[in-house]
Design a protein around this ligand. Structure first.
Ligand code: SF4
Ligand code: SF4
Length: 110
């Protein structure tokens, strides 16, 4: 019988490791993952710099949400935005593209 975990492992052994499966697999590379599996990996741990908002400068234009490659910028009910630090990799694109210079990048404390 083919389970969802087995299907994942044939495509991406790394996912099998993350799911704590016991079946042995030799991981030599991981180039293709099953579509829709990215939420299994909290990539925010890769981050060296953390974006922070200055809400006094923000005009709620939404550009930071559009340009984030990791969909880590989330709208708030008040029209401002916030970060999902579980997935933000700290690339700084949002800070570079903000027309109001309302996003700063600070060194991540680990
Ligand atoms: S890009 Fe800058 S001004 Fe626009 S919503 Fe984001 S933080 Fe605010
Ligand atoms: S630093 Fe990069 S990954 Fe994080 S919110 Fe900004 S654009 Fe997205």
């Amino acid at each position: 019988m083919t389970t969802e975990a087995n299907q994942d492992s044939t495509i991406c052994p790394e996912i099998l490791k993350n799911d704590h499966e016991t079946r042995e697999s030799k991981v030599t590379c991981c180039s293709v993952c099953k579509p829709g599996s990215t939420l299994k990996n909290k990539t925010g741990g890769w981050r060296n710099f953390r974006p922070i908002y200055n809400y006094e400068k923000c005009t709620k234009c939404g550009i930071c949400e559009i340009v984030c490659p990791d969909m880590s910028v989330k709208p708030r009910e008040d029209g401002f935005f916030e970060y999902d630090y579980d997935y933000c990799k700290g690339c700084g694109i949002c800070a570079n593209e903000c027309p109001e210079d309302a996003i700063g990048m600070i060194l991540e404390e680990k």
